[in-house]
Design a protein around this ligand. Sequence first.
Ligand SMILES: Nc1nc2c(ncn2[C@@H]2O[C@H](COP(=O)(O)OP(=O)(O)O)[C@@H](O)[C@H]2O)c(=O)[nH]1
Ligand SMILES: [Mg+2]
Length: 338
Amino acid sequence: VIVSRLRTTDPGELLAAARGGDRAAVARLLTQVEQGGDGAAAVDQVAFAASGAAHTIGLTGSPGAGKSTLTSVLIGEARHIELRVGVLAVDPSSPFTGGAILGDRVRMSDHALDDGVFIRSMATRGHLGGLAVATPQAARLLDACGFDRVLIETVGVGQVEVEVAGEADTTVVVVNPGWGDSVQANKAGLMEIADLFVINKADRAGVADTRRDLEQMLELSAHTEGSAPGPGAYGWRPPIVATVASTGDGVGELWAELERHRVHLEVTGALGERRAVRLAGEVERVLVARLAERVARLAVGPAFEAARAAVIEHRLDPWTAADQLLDRAFDPAVDLAI
Ligand SMILES: Nc1nc2c(ncn2[C@@H]2O[C@H](COP(=O)(O)OP(=O)(O)O)[C@@H](O)[C@H]2O)c(=O)[nH]1
Ligand SMILES: [Mg+2]
């Protein structure tokens, strides 16, 4: 009888089980989200209605900056006051498999047996829309499952990763002393999305210089602030917190600043505005992903092969061929499988 509950593939039943603390159900729902397509759509149909209570926190920065170690100690802070925490790690270079990902001192296994914590490495390679579509939806699912805080760790190197980190209520950019000399990170992109800066590895030299660099960059960006409801546009100056994640130094202050930002967003109304902007962007991305799915199905069929042959034989130009295929893709009378 117990097994039958877990065997269900009905998203509504799985979500009810997940909200009741069934971790296997959470895992299955997340897998469906990662796989994209109709399965992901079915999950979001039930998750969307049940979401909105969680505060989402994106952590981004260069590989090795200490994001996972910070994530682990932040989980500890949240658990002290009995908040439930879901974590999504979006880092293709260091998936959470094997248990040794959270640095060598603080490991995921610290929290592995805690029912109030759920940690998941996102695996979306290959699916249409990829991380940009799957991550906000996975975060929403964890929200719907009853986690009070959802932490999203992403490597702040590529454009997509930075975008994904920016898709949170609060975005934390993690740097290290000497960051000003490094060219690895997408600095302009990171400055734009940061609600809060962490100088982690503050046990190393150069903290004061890095703080000054960040303050200077903040001054500059304050003068070029647009109308988007990003940092700075609602009376918030991103604080800079120094931490030593591996010992926990400064993490209490970081937690306090995260909470201060959450409250600031709520009292100014910026939270609702930000979420509205994000949802609007999401509709667009999901639409593109759905179109791409349809086109991908078409691309393996005989109509596609015929069009391609016509182009190769110079009977048809590629644009006309593509337009004809698109017409077909949206003709409800056409079964794409044939
Ligand atoms: N010295 C020092 N090492 C740290 C600190 N925080 C993390 N580390 C170490 O830096 C390495 C990379 O940390 P990790 O959290 O995996 O970085 P991530 O790639 O940003 O997730 C690990 O060996 C950590 O133990 C810190 O504050 N000081
Ligand atoms: Mg990491």
